[in-house]
Each structure stands twice: as C-alpha cells, then as structure tokens.
Ligand binder design. Structure first.
Ligand code: ADP
Length: 365
C-alpha cells in the first residue's frame, strides 16, 4: 500500500560513528494521520525528523512526500513545517508579525497575510495577543504562536520535535489537548516526536516505537499498550511499569517462588524445558483476599505488602514474594496494611509471555 508519506529502507550513518543511527526504517503515513515517533533519548527520533524536513540526508533509502521523492529537494522546497521545543519567536516583533514573517519574506500579498493570520489565530485562540510581544506571553501561549506560524504555511506535513518538553505539567496537558484539537480542525498530516509515552498514547492515531534506530512496533495506542510486540515495548509503555517475572514451566504450570500462577492448558505450545518471561500490568493483578481466606490450588499468589502509595482514586501496592517484587493497582474497599500477607490473582487473558532469548511476545505471534 502506498501512503501519503513513504519512508523506504532508510539507513542513516553519521560520519565517524561506528553504528547506524537509523536502520532499515520503513513507514507509510496516510494523509491526515497523526503519527507519534516514541523512543528513549538517543534512539534516532530527531535524526529521522531532520531527514524528513531535509536538514540531514539519509545514507540510503528514499523519502517520498505526496508522490515525490524528495531526497534531493531543499528543505525550503519540501513544503513541510517544523515546530521545535524551543519555539524561537522573534522577541522584537509582535505576535502578528511573528506569524506573518515567513509569508512577508515570500512576498505574499498583504490581504492574504491578514486572512491567514486571522484564520490561524482564531483556530489557536490567540487573537487577543496579536499586538503583544512574545515576552508578555506564557509558555503555552508562545507555543501556540509557534504553531500558528507553522500553520499559515499550510504545509503538506507538520513535524514536531518534543514541542512540549519546556512546559510545566499542567500546560503540557492543555497544549497537548490543543495540538490534537488543531489536528482535528485542520486535518494536517503530522509526525510528532516524543520520549513521553503518555503524550504518545493520548495523541496518536499511530505510534511508531523506536529503539536504537530500529522500529520495534507500529500500532494504535491500544494495540501497543494491550499487545506489545516485545519486552522493550511492554516495559517502555505504561507507568508503573509492566511487572515481569523470569519463570520456568514446572510440569504444566507456571510458578512464582512455589505458588502456581497459571496452568498451561491455554498455551499448549510452550516448551517445558525452556524459560520464559511473563509480563503483567499492575492493573491486571487483582486482590482476592487476605491469607486466611485463601483457598489452596486456585492459582493464587501469596505476597507481603511492602509499601502502599495513594495516587488519587486508587493506590499502588508494592508486593514481595520471597525475592520477587511486583506492583498492583488497587481500588477496592477493603483497607490494606503494610506487612499484611494477601492473596492476588493474575488476569490470565491479559498476561504477555515473552521468549527469554528473543524477548518477542509469544502471545502476539
Ligand atoms: P533522539 O532524538 O531519539 O534523542 P538523535 O536522533 O538525536 O536521537 O540521536 C541518535 C544518535 O545519533 C545519537 O546518540 C548520536 O550517536 C547520533 N547523532 C545524532 N546527531 C549526530 C550528528 N550530527 N553527528 C554524529 N552523530 C549524531
């Protein structure tokens, strides 16, 4: 399937570096899609954006925007707009002049400039500030001016490189919301780079997870969260992190320090000679009673409460079973105490099982 933006077999190796920064990167983006590239620092996210906007060239592979291979096209002729985290507004110009600047340079007629600034400032609700200089604005308002400046170019593609990382958490949340609203209103194809999984989950139509320059998974936020392709994706997405346990099958059961957590009748293909890593998110572990109520052989795990953290609406319970520690989200009525031994069950349908060597999620394959 051919997309609106097609990145094909991209490799990027910087001079002097031993390793490739980007390796065999292939991605199709549809017109109007909001794609988030998510990965830890150093995974190659900015390099990827720089190649798409033309500040860097791929070592090999092609970049196709709206049916044109743009590898040899200058950045200014690619019809893409980039919004950076430091939004670099001109301090001596008013908001109006900042938004109009690019169009003025390109000698756009005055009437068109006026109309476009009006349109962008209405969409982003910054009309009251048009005559004001940027230093009078809050971080969030400045970020909106930077977005307006990018919008008036009506680019084929918006590129955003961690545009929210300088904002405090409240403002991050509201600007995040504004960017998705803006996307809904004007439907511009957008590639948004971040290392923040919450931003990615809340904004994206499609998330691309990158690690060490290699795509780990491409999917909707729900697919990525519920069915991670491998252990890296599973533990990178979601806080508190997915719990993981190294376990060997014993006869036909999975045990954690002697307690059976599952029998294997639902997964007949697992090899009793091999070890596996099972993963379960804190919200998929359920409290079933204190130890006195515990019924033997019901696939329950006994563990001791080491710490309780109230997070508003629910608590995070830190549990220990001998040398194994894990966390559980808890929002039931019964009050729990540190030091208490409780019984919990794992929701088997939600458990991921990873091969201990390849780290691939076997339940997804
Ligand atoms: P991210 O945006 O995910 O933090 P970057 O794309 O900035 O990652 O960097 C990924 C890796 O690419 C860096 O760890 C570095 O080794 C290398 N790199 C980035 N830019 C350059 C450059 N201009 N010259 C040499 N190596 C670079």
């Amino acid at each position: 399937m051919i997309g609106y933006i097609v990145l094909k077999d991209i490799i990027k190796k910087y001079k002097g570096n031993e390793k490739n920064t980007i390796n065999n990167f292939n991605l199709n983006i549809e017109k109007g899609e909001f794609v988030v590239i998510l990965g830890p620092s150093g995974s190659g996210k900015s390099t990827l954006l720089e190649m798409i906007c033309g500040f860097e060239s791929p070592t090999s592979g092609t970049i196709d925007i709206d049916d044109n291979i743009v590898n040899d096209v200058l950045p200014k002729d690619r019809n893409v707009s980039m919004v950076f985290q430091d939004y670099a507004l001109f301090p001596h110009m008013t908001v109006y002049e900042n938004i109009a600047f690019g169009m003025k340079i390109r000698k756009t007629d005055k009437r068109t400039i006026e109309n476009k600034v009006k349109w962008a400032s209405e969409v982003l609700e910054i009309e009251p500030f048009l005559k004001v200089k940027p230093k009078k604005l809050s971080g969030g308002q400045r970020q909106r001016v930077a977005l307006a400046r990018a919008m008036v170019r009506e680019p084929k593609l918006f590129l955003m490189d961690e545009p929210l990382s300088n904002l405090d958490s409240q403002l991050r949340y509201s600007t995040c919301h504004e960017i998705t609203n803006l996307h809904k209103k004007i439907g511009a194809t957008t590639i948004y780079v971040t290392h923040d999984h919450v931003e990615a989950l809340s904004m994206a139509d499609k998330i691309v997870i990158l690690n060490d320059g290699v795509i780990q998974q491409v999917g909707t936020p729900n697919e990525i969260y519920e069915a991670p392709s491998n252990l890296f994706v599973a533990t990178f997405i979601g806080r508190p992190k997915m719990n993981t346990f190294d376990i060997k099958m014993e006869k036909d059961t999975f045990c954690i320090n002697g307690d059976i957590v599952f029998s294997n009748n639902q997964l007949p293909n697992l090899d009793s000679e091999r070890s596996y890593i099972i993963g379960i998110r804190p919200e998929h572990i359920r409290f079933v009673g204190t130890v006195n109520e515990y019924i033997k052989n019901k696939n329950v795990l006994e563990a001791t409460i080491e710490k309780i953290e109230y997070t508003g609406g629910e608590s995070l319970i830190y549990l220990r079973k001998k040398d194994t520690t894990f966390t559980m989200k808890y929002n039931q009525d019964e009050s729990l105490k540190v030091g208490e031994v409780i019984s919990v069950v794992f929701d088997f349908n939600k458990v991921s099982i990873f091969d201990s060597i390849t780290k691939q999620n076997l339940r997804r394959a």
